[in-house]
Each structure stands twice: as C-alpha cells, then as structure tokens.
Design a binder for this molecule. Structure first.
Ligand code: SF4
Ligand code: SF4
Length: 208
C-alpha cells in the first residue's frame, strides 16, 4: 500500500486529559487488579500457584510436554522409521537413522536405529504426534524438563523409551497425573545398539 493511498486510515493517538496524563488512573486500575488477586488468594482461596516441587502442578488435559516413544505389546519400539514426524517438524529437531528391521519383526520393514529429539529446540507444537501413522511418538504431560547441560536435553531413543515406561499408565492428552519427578538417565547419548552412532546434533540443522 502506498502512503498516498486513499484507503489508508491514519489513526491519531487519543487525547488525554491533564489527569490522565499523570497516569494515575492506569496505576490505580492496576493496583485494583493486583489487590483483587491478593484478596482472592488470601481470603477466597483462589491461589493459582502451587508450592512446587512439594506440590505438583496438574497440567491441563491437552498439555504438550516431554515426548515419549511408544512401545508395542511385545515391548518393541512402535516406530517404523517412516520419517514423517521429522518431515513435519517445523523446528527441525528430530533426527532419525532408520535401519532394516530384524527378520523376526515381520510386521515392518524398518525401525529407528537411532531416534534423537532436541528438546531445547522443540516448540512443543505436536505436529510430530499428528504426523505419525502408527502412534509411535506422543507428547506427555511431563513439564519439569530440566538439565545441567545442553547434551542432557537431547533425548535419544533410550531416554524417549524410558519416558514411555514412566508415563504408560497416564495417557497423553488425558494425563492430569504426571509422575512427581522426571527421573531420566543423565547420559542421553549412550549407545542404543549395534550400528553407527549419531553425534548429538547429527542431521539437525544449525539454528539460524
Ligand atoms: S512437538 Fe513440534 S517442534 Fe517438537 S519435535 Fe514435535 S513437531 Fe518438532
Ligand atoms: S515416530 Fe512415527 S512418524 Fe516418526 S518416524 Fe516413527 S513411525 Fe514415522
């Protein structure tokens, strides 16, 4: 649109009275809101904070937290290494190395030899979960995602499967009852099995 376009609407800032120019009405309005919340918490029992970590916050039913890689009835990783989740991921934080499935796994051709998610880069949009044709990847109700190093926040297959073990009785999207702590292995990039190992950022494009 050009600056001389007749459809261009120019908005002038509202004219303030002398009293409004002191910003006292706005400050008083803010104090009223703050006071209402303080009274609601102190008298009405309407506190919205919890005494974490002694008291655990219960997230909403559709909260999207730490990922898990699901296992099937036989305890095998459900993923069939189709790469749809990695393709759908807008943050490019999923790196999968597929391999030919063992001959006894007759229901699939491939499995993920390596499956890595950079949890720091993830924006928890849930697109990976939506894209997965076999419900192998899901976001759980776990929210206390912490680590002392960047490497700890890069979740490999072992760690993602351990999240499944921790949360298998609390369905994602209906969790409402996450485990009290996220006690996951601290060495996320231990070898997962035979075959080449990816580095922590293998295949993950650098941040732009
Ligand atoms: S939740 Fe979104 S950003 Fe995170 S891994 Fe899945 S698709 Fe990528
Ligand atoms: S988690 Fe699902 S979408 Fe991602 S590679 Fe495995 S089967 Fe495909």
């Amino acid at each position: 649109m050009k600056l001389d376009d007749p459809n261009l609407k120019r908005l002038e800032p509202p004219k303030l009275t002398l009293f409004e120019k002191t910003y006292l009405p706005q400050i008083l309005g803010g104090l009223v809101v703050t006071g209402r919340h303080i009274l609601g918490a102190a008298v009405g029992g309407k506190a919205i904070t919890v005494q974490y970590p002694e008291e655990q916050h219960v997230p909403s039913a559709n909260y999207r937290g730490v990922h898990r890689l699901n296992k099937d009835e036989q305890g095998r990783v459900k993923c069939v290494a189709c790469m749809l989740c990695a393709t759908a991921c807008p943050a490019h934080c999923i790196d999968i190395v597929g391999a030919t499935a063992p001959p006894e796994w007759e229901d699939r051709e491939k499995y993920p030899e390596s499956f890595v998610i950079d949890e720091l880069r993830c924006i928890y949009c849930g697109m990976c979960e939506e894209a997965c044709p076999v419900d192998a990847i899901e976001l759980t109700g776990l929210y206390d995602l912490t680590g002392l190093s960047r490497e700890e926040m890069i979740y490999d297959k072992t760690k993602l499967l351990s999240v499944f073990d921790m949360t298998k009785d609390a369905e994602p999207m209906q969790s409402g009852n996450p485990p009290a702590t996220l006690a996951l292995p601290t060495s996320p990039l231990e070898p997962e099995g035979p075959g080449p190992r990816p580095s922590s950022s293998a295949g993950i494009p650098p941040r732009s």
